[in-house]
Design a protein around this ligand. Structure first.
Ligand SMILES: [Zn+2]
Ligand SMILES: [Zn+2]
Length: 556
């Protein structure tokens, strides 16, 4: 009989990348397992690589197959890379969802902002709460991060305990919520931890992250000394930062005006859940124009250069309510997520072009990361003292650095894995024992499309080299019944000698057709293929690029 006390772990996203976090833990044996899902996040696509795609979601076909054996899905916190895929994917799973109050409320607000989103019930777990889900005993452990209520999960099973850290840092003086629960983590270490699956985002950075309180001090100074209007942009979900900005504004005698829907949504949820208690009321963007320049502060969405967000529109001087001018100050209380640098630069250049002073974390401590640096990672290892450490939440470099650090710190087993690996944590030495189906799915408009499918690859080719479409009408005897119809899309109009590309294509069509032996002219497929090759190579000869070419042959 197969053993029934195996504990396995399989990441379906979030390893080898930052984003799309989804992990599963299984208890049982290879024939029958019960699964616990942790997080269900998205990645954001960059326009150049995936034209027309906004979001990347984990492929959950394995979970759909295993649906009956899933005991629940637990969210560590409300960042999109941890819960952003749920609205699209949950209806396919229909498993019980668990989250702490702020996460549940922000998820609900996000869901309501999406037209036609299905109703998705969330079971609210109190801070520090504990759940029994099948063979899993899941305890929420408070950790500091860049959003309220980030949780590490202590997952106790008959085969051992896993600490799934989620996203965390050590901040002795966070502006909201309690600091990382060192006492609980140390007690867990005393009790015995089999495996630590941990955040590797900042494993290449030495020392410790500065505190949110340090950032608050810098912001207060920069807002106090600003000569004209002030605009601050940060991640909308960073409630601690919103609070720091609000406090600084009040001290400087400025009203806070919220600009951008995501900022309004988070502020509303944070008020409802008590995270903005004692903070003055915010004003709507419509009041901005009525307030004197030294009495206003605009808190804007768009820290990642998103073209439709508030700050990008202000930088283009296209915002209906908010304008800036020479002598005003904009503070980026944020950092560009890799892939967004160009978009952020475009916004900064637009603002500087308007004579606005731009302050970023390059010159002032106006932002800190919400992830642990090396000294913090070592603290966590020291508290928890795991037998096994699996680096997660990072690109290959971050994972490798986290692994090296853990080995040097004396963790007995350090295991690097990839998305889709099935890792046995117990019994015996941790090892990769198999694979589960995994991959990516793209959100393309309203549809989910397979990443391995041809849709996006074809779109990328089109964006690189355009398309030629040729329509030929043949008589039954195999003669051209009319002049060929030729259309070029996304192809230069003339070659270097000034000759029309359309004429070049037309000449290739006619010459190829004339050269075909009579019997083959009656075969529409043979005609289409010969013409396609001839047109592509005639254009490629002039252009040095090969367009897509479609030939339609109609027998009339
Ligand atoms: Zn996070
Ligand atoms: Zn994250």
């Amino acid at each position: 009989m197969a053993r029934s006390d195996e504990l396995v772990f399989a990441p379906l996203g979030g390893i080898g990348e930052i984003g799309m976090n989804l992990s599963i833990y299984g208890v049982g044996n290879s024939r029958q397992r019960q699964w616990l899902i942790v997080d269900c996040g998205v990645s954001f696509a960059s326009e150049e690589h995936l034209p027309g795609i906004d979001l990347i979601l984990p492929d959950i076909r394995y979970l759909i197959e295993q649906r009956r054996n899933i005991v629940g899905l637990v969210l560590t916190h409300a960042h999109e890379d941890h819960m952003g895929a749920l609205i699209d994917l949950w209806p396919r799973l229909n498993v019980p969802l668990y989250a702490t109050p702020f996460t549940a409320a922000l998820f609900e607000a996000r869901r309501l902002s999406e037209p036609g989103a299905p109703k998705i019930p969330v079971n609210v777990v109190p801070l520090g709460g504990r759940l029994t889900l099948g063979p899993f005993d899941v305890e929420f452990v408070n950790v500091a991060h860049s959003i309220p209520e980030s949780n590490a999960l202590a997952i106790r099973t008959p085969a051992g305990t896993v600490l799934h850290t989620g996203d965390w840092k050590i901040d002795p003086t966070p502006l909201i919520g309690a600091p990382t629960d060192q006492a609980k983590l140390t007690a867990l270490g005393d009790e015995g931890v089999l495996a630590l699956v941990g955040d590797s985002t900042n494993a290449v950075r030495d020392g410790r992250s500065p505190s949110e309180s340090d950032v608050a001090r810098t912001l207060a100074e920069l807002i106090r000394t600003a000569p004209g209007r002030v605009a601050v942009t940060t991640f909308a979900s960073h409630v601690g930062r919103i609070r720091a900005v609000a406090d600084a504004a009040r001290a400087a005698g400025r009203e806070v005006v919220l600009v951008g829907r995501a900022m309004e949504r988070v502020a509303q949820v944070a008020r409802e859940t008590g995270y903005l208690d004692g903070v003055q009321d915010f004003r709507g963007a419509e009041t901005y124009g009525y307030l004197p320049p030294d009495k206003v502060l605009a808190l804007c969405t768009g820290s990642q250069g998103e073209p439709r967000a508030a700050l990008a529109r202000i930088a283009e001087d296209e915002h209906p309510e908010v304008t800036l001018a020479s002598g005003d100050r904009v503070i980026f209380s944020s950092r560009a997520i890799p892939g967004n640098e160009k978009a952020v630069s475009r916004v900064i250049n637009g603002l500087i072009g308007q004579g606005v002073e731009v302050i970023t974390d390059r010159d002032h401590l106006v932002h800190v990361s919400g992830h642990p640096r090396r000294a913090e990672l070592l603290d966590m290892i020291g508290w928890v003292r795991p037998k096994i450490l699996i680096p997660a939440h990072g690109e290959a470099l971050h994972l490798a650095e986290h692994a090296k650090l853990a080995r040097n710190a004396g963790v007995p087993e350090v295991l690097l894995c990839r998305n889709g690996d099935l890792v046995r944590l117990a019994p015996g030495t941790a090892q990769i024992v198999g694979e589960v189906p995994s991959g990516r799915v793209y959100k393309d408009g309203a549809l989910l499309v397979n990443a391995e499918g041809r849709t996006v690859a074809a779109r990328r080719r089109l964006s690189f080299a355009g398309i030629i479409s040729v329509a030929l009408a043949l008589s039954e005897r195999g003669a051209l019944a009319a002049d060929p119809e030729i259309e070029l899309i996304g192809i230069p109009e003339t070659d270097a000698a000034g000759q029309s590309m359309a004429d070049i294509a037309r000449a290739a069509v006619e010459k190829t057709f004339e050269a075909l032996p009579k019997p083959r002219r009656g075969d529409p497929d043979a005609v289409a293929e010969a013409v396609r090759r001839a047109v592509r190579s005639a254009i490629a000869e002039r252009w040095n690029k090969k367009p897509i070419c479609h030939v339609h042959v109609l027998v009339v």
